[in-house]
Ligand binder design. Structure first.
Ligand SMILES: [Zn+2]
Length: 411
């Protein structure tokens, strides 16, 4: 009995037990002096015992361990698999892969089929080698569900039928990614995100991209999740800039209701960001938060995704009017005259945006502005002399235009 290079350790233990005519992996491991559960939970000492007893190089076994971190999480080659990344009470396999296993054996061929580690990942739904949908079967939720040999035995006579009955479909880029990442982690941005979180990011973002902002996740079929996962991956694989570009698209799509802000712009994606408690989500939140600071009128005093905004980048007429202390309509007239905002009067004050930084000086002046009458008093000037001073450029209004009353700075 040889351990296959991409075989999980419980699968190897399961086949070894069967090879030794044991009724189950649980019985076999009990006889060897450790519980089968220890292999399922990736306990090193038991794996080393299994390696010694089977005269197997321990390194490939240790490399394929799913190590239990806590009640919810397993870790595989640096990738955390929380319950959302795994299957529960269900096992999936590629019938063609198992047929190949059997074809490679001369005798006792029923011992050949083994469980590939990538089949543990829920979003991996298509064999990338055979372009076949993985077949699913229910298994006990207990450790016996990991006794692959016992679980697969009833399906072995049907493998050919299962292969023939399946419609070929190429694995998606996302499915290729899942396999690649579990084999060897890459160095793209998405690889810096925790495994389960990267999967959910692709799926939730892709659900918004493919099925709309408020698609009901609970009603997504397996195939719809597969579509969503790949749609999200096509965005996220290109890094944070691509994610932000997608968010910008959502913010500018027709039919949006921007009065509700990010929540209604990003729909389920935003809801997911606010409701997920896993700390692995923080780097994603950071990107969305910065995107909102760069694109929406938020500033000190506002909170985005649980953190206060420290610096304002964008003003709306509305937020600027509060800062400057002018009526929004008045401020808007001045800003339109100065060319800061379009003259079109139809958008709401809170929809008319402009960057703070290049206009900071103007806003500062407007906050101190005086009317013509106050300016005259301020410089103690005769009513008749003031227009002369203006004409000769000794006093200049902050902004000048036919449709507005001139106002003046104090300096
Ligand atoms: Zn296959």
């Amino acid at each position: 009995m040889e351990h296959a290079q991409d075989e999980t350790v419980p699968s190897f233990g399961s086949r070894t037990g069967a090879c030794n005519f044991q009724p189950s992996a649980v019985n076999f491991c009990d006889d060897m002096g450790f519980p089968f559960k220890a292999l399922v939970n990736g306990e090193r000492s038991s794996v080393l015992t299994l390696a010694r007893l089977t005269r197997t190089d321990p390194q490939p076994l240790l490399a394929n361990l799913f190590v239990r971190q806590d009640r919810r999480t397993l870790r595989f080659r640096g990738n955390d698999l929380s319950p959302l990344a795994r299957l529960h009470g269900v096992m999936q396999f590629c019938p063609s892969c198992l047929q190949e296993d059997m074809a490679a054996y001369d005798r006792r061929v029923h011992l050949a089929p083994y469980f590939r580690y990538v089949w543990s990942a829920r979003p991996y739904m298509t064999c990338h080698r055979h372009s076949l949908p993985l077949h699913q079967t229910t298994v006990p939720r207990s450790d016996r569900g990991h006794d692959f040999h016992r679980q697969i035995l009833p399906h072995l006579p049907n493998l050919q039928k299962l292969t023939e009955g399946s419609v070929h479909r190429p694995a998606t880029d996302f499915e290729h990614y899942i396999y690649a990442r579990m084999t060897k982690r890459g160095d793209q941005w998405i690889d810096t995100i925790g495994f389960t979180m990267a999967i959910r990011l692709c799926e939730i973002l892709g659900s918004v991209a493919s099925f709309g902002r408020w698609a009901t996740h609970i009603e997504h079929t397996r195939n719809q999740w597969r579509t969503a996962g790949d749609a999200g991956y096509q965005i996220v694989r290109h890094g944070p800039d691509a994610l932000q570009a997608f968010l910008s698209d959502l913010q500018t799509q027709e039919g949006r209701d921007s009065r509700d802000g990010a929540r209604s712009d990003f729909g389920n994606f935003y809801l997911w960001l606010t409701e997920t408690r896993d700390p692995d989500i923080e780097p994603i939140k950071d990107i969305v938060r910065q995107h909102l600071i760069d694109s929406t009128p938020v500033g000190p005093g506002d909170t985005i995704l649980g953190r206060p905004v420290e610096k304002r980048i964008i003003h709306s007429i509305w937020t600027a009017s509060k800062d400057v202390g002018l009526h929004p309509q008045t401020l808007r007239s001045y800003l339109a005259t100065a060319g800061v905002v379009p003259a079109d009067p139809s958008p709401f004050h809170n929809h008319v945006l402009f960057p703070l930084e290049p206009n900071a000086k103007l806003l500062d002046q407007l906050s101190r502005a005086m009317s013509l009458k106050s300016a005259r008093t301020y410089i103690n000037c005769e009513r008749t002399v003031f227009p002369l001073l203006m004409k000769e450029g000794h006093v200049r209004p902050i902004v000048q235009g036919a449709s507005i009353n001139p106002i003046f700075d104090r300096v």
